[in-house]
Design a protein around this ligand. Structure first.
Ligand SMILES: [Zn+2]
Length: 308
């Protein structure tokens, strides 16, 4: 029997690596939901196109391609954006329509929100949309009904379960590598592609995949997570938002914690991402690695989200 090498060298190019972008404007963030909710979004000048352009240039300069989870609201207000991203060779996936955490929705309203975004994105790009990421990684045991809805709408994978402990999201005991997940016992399963974590002990995973952690913490932590995943043959899925690369964005009325999490590290983010993308790795859109991801997921037990 041929054994996979358990310790590929750190420079090995075998693993799946993906830079994913959640395409939303700065005013869509959850920390602003109470003060700048959907009814006031129009009062804030959009900056998403210029920030996406900056990211497209960064990808292009490094000859890399990624997965863009686009918010329906952004696609509707900027109808040329998704086609431009698709034309640059990237995967188009969905970030839902109105950026509601799934905890504020139910199976019917989620089906509407996600279905509308899928239709809009596929109409605009002429492509079938295969993947979804929920706002603030809000697929958790409380919203386990979301899995059946995704399958009903024809999705091939979800990238919304974060195997960490966090006040707003996270499923700390979920697997750290791709797995098949079902909402309820005996329900149908979908491929789950979790963001990169750095396992610091048997029971503790540190979120090092992007977002606030990427901007607030030294880049060395993400690199250690990438190295660990590489050694263990795990894929590395990273995530970023266009507004994270925009130091000039208008400042919104946020709580002290919200301001810290949102406005720290904006100036250095582009340089840091560029340094990550220069690593000798095979950066690929998730959709192009589905066979490999499914194979990895099939090698372990199906995870049931609803804790009974
Ligand atoms: Zn988001």
């Amino acid at each position: 029997m041929i054994q996979r090498p358990s310790n590929p060298t750190p420079e090995s190019e075998g693993n799946v690596h993906c830079v994913s972008i959640d395409v939303e404007d700065y005013f869509h963030i959850e920390s602003a939901y109470q003060t700048v909710g959907p009814s006031r979004w129009h009062e804030w000048p959009s900056r998403v196109e210029r920030n996406v352009d900056l990211l497209l240039k960064l990808f292009n300069d490094r000859g890399q391609r990624g997965t863009f989870f686009i918010l329906g609201h952004v696609a509707r207000e900027h109808p040329h954006l998704a086609p431009r991203i698709a034309d640059a060779g990237h995967e188009i996936a969905s970030h839902g329509f109105m950026h509601d955490r799934l905890h504020r929705l139910n199976p019917d309203s989620f089906k509407q929100d996600l279905g509308d975004s899928l239709k809009l994105l596929s109409d605009q790009t002429g492509r079938k949309i295969l993947g979804y990421r929920a706002p603030t990684f809000s697929v958790t045991p409380q919203t386990s009904w979301a899995i059946d809805v995704m399958l009903e709408l024809g999705l091939e994978y979800d990238a919304s379960i974060f195997p960490v402990r966090h006040p707003l999201y996270g499923v700390p005991d979920a697997p750290v590598q791709p797995f098949f997940v079902r909402g309820k016992p005996d329900g149908p399963t979908i491929l789950e592609v979790p963001p990169l974590t750095w396992r610091i002990s048997e029971s503790k995973n540190l979120a090092v995949a992007g977002g606030g952690y990427f901007r607030l913490l030294p880049l060395g932590l993400m690199k250690r997570g990438l190295n660990q995943a590489q050694r263990e043959g795990r894929p590395s899925i990273l995530y970023f938002h266009p507004w994270e690369f925009d130091p000039e964005q208008p400042r919104m009325p946020l709580s002290l914690t919200g301001r810290l999490r949102t406005y720290t590290g904006l100036k250095t983010a582009a340089r840091k991402l560029d340094s990550i993308m220069q690593r000798p790795a095979r950066w690929t859109p998730i959709a192009e690695a589905l066979d490999e991801l499914r194979k990895l997921a099939a090698s372990q037990a199906v995870y049931t989200l609803e804790h009974v």
